[in-house]
Ligand binder design. Sequence first.
Ligand SMILES: C[S@@+](CC[C@H](N)C(=O)[O-])C[C@H]1O[C@@H](n2cnc3c(N)ncnc32)[C@H](O)[C@@H]1O
Length: 347
Amino acid sequence: MERPVDHTDADPDGGFLPWAAAMDRALYGPEGFFRRPTGPGAHFRTSVHASPLFGTAVLRLLREVDAALGHPDRLSLVDIGAGHAELLTGVLGQLGDDPLSRRLRPIAVELADRPAGLPDAIEWLPRPPKGVSGLIIANEWLDNVPCDVVELGRNGPRLVEVAPDGSERLADEPNDSQQAWLEHWWPTWRMGRIGDRAEIGLLRDAAWARAVEALDEGVAVAIDYAHAVDSRPPLGSLTGYAEGRQVPPIPDGRRDLTAHVALDACAAAAEHVADWSRRLDQRTALRRLGITGARPDLATAAADPIGYVRALSRASAAAELTDPAGLGRFTWLVQGVAVPTVSSLED
Ligand SMILES: C[S@@+](CC[C@H](N)C(=O)[O-])C[C@H]1O[C@@H](n2cnc3c(N)ncnc32)[C@H](O)[C@@H]1O
């Protein structure tokens, strides 16, 4: 996928840049956080790292898409923002020598280099291929697509610029397209108080639209911490993560920088290609795909102690993935192109 923001390395002004450009440099520049060979899994735990059950759910959805497409000769599973392709590797492992594995084209779309030791079957691309038939998954990708930050200052709305040490200053007014986005998608912000902030999702909208445009036929799913137009956070949500801890958002290349995603705006940006669209929380989505945190019946423990312990550990992994105070609160944006609706994700 194209780099979302152009930036120069010139540093005439203490290195201050608008947030989107600073984020782009800190995450994806030559010394950027996501260029490190350790991969994102060394710093935070996504649903993919939490349990193989997440891959089980994706595989179930993939089978459903496969059936809806009439079992094409080549079925793609495209993971955008794949990290170290842990999801694809897990799905391939679960498939084993299932006949679907002979038709499957697993594709990791990643800006970082391909890690050593991946199965040969996994293609590694910098942007989604054209003409995809199958399923596109983007787990915790869009929150890492850079966004600009605006703040209500004494003289009205101003773009926030940030230096590599994290110090900030208010700069220009947002441009026309930024203003239009804010008016439509973050309307409460203008009525807020001095110091209130909003995060402009234009680059995320464009990135998601390009992802859905890659589909000839199939389903695209974006999974992220999200907010909707009636519940935007008044101070924004930009933050940092390093070594498993939440840290201040400083664009120094040593931490993840992330902000929750206006997935309603992303959905609208892909409406010109999507035939249908829905949003649901991860707890509901995973339950519908057969992942529940229900504990096994204690009465089975005596007859089958190993089976009982396995079922208990599966239930506890499922509980983490569906926890309404944690990963279960993520939003799934699901959009379909030239495919009937996916029944397991229907209301
Ligand atoms: C938070 S990690 C998520 C990794 C994985 N999806 C998971 O759930 O564990 C985000 C990943 O998206 C990648 N990324 C960000 N922007 C991208 C783009 N435009 N194209 C491809 N990959 C991108 C980053 O390099 C990073 O590996």
